[in-house]
Each structure stands twice: as structure tokens, then as C-alpha cells.
Design a protein around this ligand. Structure first.
Ligand code: AMP
Ligand code: ZN
Length: 488
């Protein structure tokens, strides 16, 4: 399988450290608000990777952090803690909003068919781990204390900007316009591992540490949580592209300084979901959630389908028009699968053809082996539906591919079939009961024939019947409950 690796700037053959086993880490949400559908694009694409590795026979262990402390509004070392800001907005405590938005996040994952990682770890549960690793970094000479905070000393590394060869001055974090430079830092790129002093002193959650009462920086959380569950060698680390710098760059710096060797071999970054006015972000306050899409009548799985139609390494533009197109295509796809299920039910006992199935599957795996080309994988699904092979083989392929794509095709198609059958049964049951009085019966039969003509969109016939009754002095009135008649 080829996977684009931000570390090497190329599509590399994926080879895990230990044959057959994959250790995977994915940066999780900062739980100060709902996840927006941009965040969820990243989680959907990571889910495809996770599921496809499992589908390919790997035993995957996947870990995700839940950031409930230390993520500052700048992504660097300046600004207020996002959690504190969120708590103020909601008039709740930090732990209350962390619990609420973590639950909301898991509910979103479920709606979008995203497998819950094997381990999800809130940062506040690992304070001892952070203190242990920071202490070791100080001992080894990679970290220093200044002005009450503990900083990582990036000058101690041979190479700090591992993903890019940018000039250092172009990558200053926190020294943006209107933001004061942190005079404690020995080097511009140094970053905080532990805060005891910050301009925003109303931090709600603080812990005892050898350096005073304080709280951890966001970057150290991911390094420690990954190492806690996955050891010192990681196969894949994922996140949105905005995480590459400074977050992942800092994770690599401190992890490798701590363990003394290369930490992670593959770095996968998902490009952003943008709106017409730029990147969708929580901090802007203007963002879309899964619940909001549901309120507007969209199926969350249609959003997943929308994401699958484009490659994860391209920015994706969200508009309702684009989502409407994806939803329409998704509904049609479900209709095709429903028709296929009916076809297989009409031919019980037919078994899939192994050779044809393997040929269809090869197109699917070729697509995903090629740097997770999900849009081609979706094309392989359409190819399977159109294929000349038996219905049983086609359906087996669709079900098989959907264990990775997870757009709920079988369940949605079965529901469609059940709804269609129920409607047919209801129509059959509503055969009218006409009056015993022959004169009344003649009128009722004409009204019934007119309703049937309208249903069949034969309006000329419907009008003709109405005119015929009027000629007999019978006036029709159409109501929401049906048509009534009276004598003129
Ligand atoms: P956060 O909850 O802000 O820490 O972000 C959670 C994940 O979503 C991270 O992996 C981010 O890189 C990613 N992310 C943030 N904004 C977007 C966006 N507009 N499109 C795609 N991914 C995003
Ligand atoms: Zn992270």
C-alpha cells in the first residue's frame, strides 16, 4: 500500500515496524465545542485508513487523545486555554463542558460510521506521565526553566523543522502581529512543556509539579499518550494539515529527544474542509455540525459519502449545493442496492462467483492501495453494481467494500425495501368500499377513477370525469382528507 508521508514528501510503501501489526495514533478533539464537519472530514479519512488496514489483514491498535487542558487559542504558547474560554461561554466548569462535548463527539463518530479508537485518553488523566517525561527532558538537557515555565530547547536538535525546509523566521509561532514575543524563550521556536505562569491566570485546572503548580502544554500530551499505549515506536501518526506545524513538529522533537531514536515512520495529514470564505474553524464560531445537517434533513452518511468522493490530500469546498449533489447520488446508490437485494431474493441459493468477486475486489483494493484513493474506491463500487456477473456476486462485493467505506448501504437499502413494501401493502389495503345505493355508488366509482387518474398524472382524464359529474349536477370539493361531493 502506498501512503503519502509528510516526513519524506513522497508516497511510500507502507511497512509497519512489526509484520502484521500497526500502531496508529490520531490527534483527537479539543472538547470546548462540538466537532465541526471540517474536523469530522479528518476523522472520516483517518477512519478509512484504520478500517482499510484492518480489511487488509493488519492488527491495528489505534489511540486518540481527548484534549481537555493546555490547548491555547494560538496553537502555540500564547492566548487563553480553549477549554477555559469554552467554559466561560457556557457558564459551566471545564470538566462539565469536557464531559458534555466528549459525549457529543462520540455520538458524531457513531452517526458517521467512524470506528471508535481502541483507546481514547483525556489529557487530564495522564498528568503523572507528562511530569515524568518533562523531568527526563530536563535531565537530558533538552528542556529548561525560565520565568516559571518549562520550555523545550529546539537548539539542541540537529533538525527541528522535520516536515519542511522553511526558513525559521517564517515559522515563528506566537510572535504574530499584535502578540508579544515570549522573552523567556532561548530560541524563537522553543515551546512550553509545562506552564506555571501565563498571562491568563484564571486557569481552572492546575496540578502540583516539581516546577510549581501549573498545567501541561498541548503538544506534550499527544507524545505521552501515544507512548503510554503504543510504546516507543509508532507506525502512523495522523491529523489535519494544520497540526503538522507546530503541533506534530513539536511532538517529534520532544518524543525523539526523550526516547533517543526515531519515533514514527509515517505521517498522514488530511487537507482542510473549506467554506467559500476559508477554512472552517471552531474558533471563528461559524461552523456546521452533524446535528445541524441532520436538522436540515441530511443523512450523516451522505456527508461521509460526500467526503469519500474527493481525495484527502486536496482541500474540499463545502457548499450546500455540493452536499445536495452528494445526497442525491447517495439516495440513488441506495436505490440501486435495494434493487440488487430484491434481485438476489428472487434467486435464493445463488452463491457468489469467487473469480468474479476477486476481480471486482482488485479494483477496490488497487484504488485504496494508491494513497487511499476513496473516489476511485467509490467508482469500484459502482463498477461492481454494473458488472455482468451474478446478482449474488455483485451484492457480496457491495457488502464487502462497505465494511471499509461504511456508508451503510445494506441497512439503508433494506429500510427502503421495507418502506416500499409497506406502502404497497397500504395501497392495496385502501381499496375503497363503495355504497350499496347504486346511484351513490356510480358517483363514488367516478371519484375513485378520477383520483387514480390524478395519481397517474393523467390530469386530462381527471378533468373529464369532474366535468362529466358536473353535467349530472354533482359538484366535487377536494380536501386534504380526500374528495367530497354535493348536489348542485
Ligand atoms: P481540534 O478539535 O481543533 O483540535 O481539531 C481536531 C482535528 O480536526 C485536528 O486533526 C485538526 O487538524 C482537524 N481540523 C481542524 N480544522 C479542520 C478543517 N477545516 N478541515 C479538516 N480538518 C480540520
Ligand atoms: Zn496531537
Amino acid at each position: 500500500m502506498l501512503l503519502y508521508n509528510t516526513l519524506t514528501h513522497s508516497r511510500d510503501e507502507f511497512v509497519p515496524n512489526e509484520p502484521g501489526k500497526v500502531k496508529m495514533y490520531t490527534c483527537g478533539p479539543t472538547v470546548y465545542h462540538y466537532a465541526h464537519i471540517g474536523n469530522l472530514r479528518t476523522y472520516i479519512m483517518e477512519d478509512i485508513l484504520d478500517r482499510y488496514l484492518r480489511y487488509s489483514g493488519y492488527e491495528v491498535t489505534r489511540v486518540m487523545n481527548i484534549t481537555d487542558v493546555g490547548h491555547l487559542t494560538s496553537d502555540g504558547d500564547t492566548g487563553e486555554d480553549k477549554m477555559v474560554k469554552g467554559a466561560k461561554r457556557e457558564h459551566k466548569t471545564v470538566m462539565e463542558i469536557a464531559g458534555f462535548f466528549t459525549d457529543a463527539f462520540f455520538a458524531d463518530l457513531e452517526k458517521l460510521g467512524i470506528r471508535r479508537p481502541d483507546y481514547t485518553q483525556p489529557a487530564t488523566g495522564c498528568i503523572d506521565d507528562f511530569i515524568r517525561v518533562i523531568s527526563s527532558l530536563i535531565e537530558k538537557g533538552f528542556a529548561y526553566e525560565a520565568g516559571g515555565n518549562i520550555y523545550f530547547d529546539t537548539s539542541k536538535l540537529d533538525k527541528y523543522y522535520v516536515f519542511h525546509d522553511f526558513a525559521e523566521e517564517d515559522l515563528e509561532v506566537g510572535v504574530r502581529e499584535g502578540v508579544e514575543a515570549d522573552g523567556n524563550k532561548r530560541n524563537k521556536a522553543d515551546f512550553v512543556l509545562w506552564f506555571t505562569k501565563s498571562k491568563f491566570d484564571d486557569q481552572e485546572l492546575k496540578w502540583e509539579s516539581p516546577w510549581g503548580i501549573g498545567y501541561p502544554g498541548w503538544h506534550i500530551e499527544c507524545s505521552c499518550i501515544a507512548m503510554k499505549y503504543l510504546g516507543e515506536k509508532l507506525d502512523i501518526h495522523c491529523g489535519g494539515i494544520d497540526n503538522a506545524f507546530p503541533h506534530h513538529t513539536n511532538e517529534i522533537a520532544q518524543s525523539e529527544a526523550y526516547i533517543g531514536h526515531k519515533w514514527c515512520n509515517y505521517w498522514m495529514h488530511v487537507m482542510h474542509l473549506n467554506t467559500s470564505s476559508g477554512k472552517m474553524s471552531k474558533s471563528s464560531g461559524e461552523f456546521l455540525t452533524v446535528s445541524l445537517l441532520e436538522q436540515k434533513g441530511y443523512d450523516p452518511l451522505a456527508y461521509r459519502f460526500f467526503c469519500l468522493q474527493s481525495h484527502y490530500r486536496r482541500n474540499l469546498v463545502f457548499t450546500y449545493e455540493n452536499l445536495d449533489n452528494a445526497s442525491g447520488a447517495y439516495r440513488k446508490l441506495v436505490g440501486k442496492v435495494a434493487a440488487l437485494i430484491r434481485e438476489t431474493k428472487a434467486k435464493p441459493g445463488e452463491v457468489p462467483d469467487a473469480e468474479d468477486f476477486a476481480a471486482l475486489k482488485k479494483r477496490f483494493t488497487d484504488a485504496l492501495d494508491n494513497d487511499l484513493n476513496t473516489s476511485l474506491a467509490v467508482t469500484a463500487l459502482y463498477d461492481a453494481l454494473k458488472s455482468k456477473t451474478s446478482a449474488a456476486t455483485r451484492l457480496a462485493a457491495v457488502k464487502d467494500f462497505d465494511t471499509v467505506l461504511m456508508i451503510g448501504l445494506e441497512a439503508a437499502a433494506e429500510k427502503l425495501i421495507a418502506d416500499e413494501d409497506a406502502k404497497k401493502a397500504a395501497d392495496a389495503a385502501s381499496v375503497p368500499v363503495f355504497s350499496d345505493d347504486p346511484a351513490v355508488r356510480a358517483i363514488e366509482e367516478k371519484i375513485y377513477a378520477r383520483a387514480a387518474a390524478k395519481k397517474a398524472k393523467n390530469y386530462a382524464e381527471a378533468d373529464r370525469i369532474r366535468a362529466e359529474l358536473l353535467a349530472e349536477g354533482i359538484v366535487l370539493t377536494d380536501t386534504a382528507q380526500g374528495t367530497t361531493w354535493s348536489k348542485q
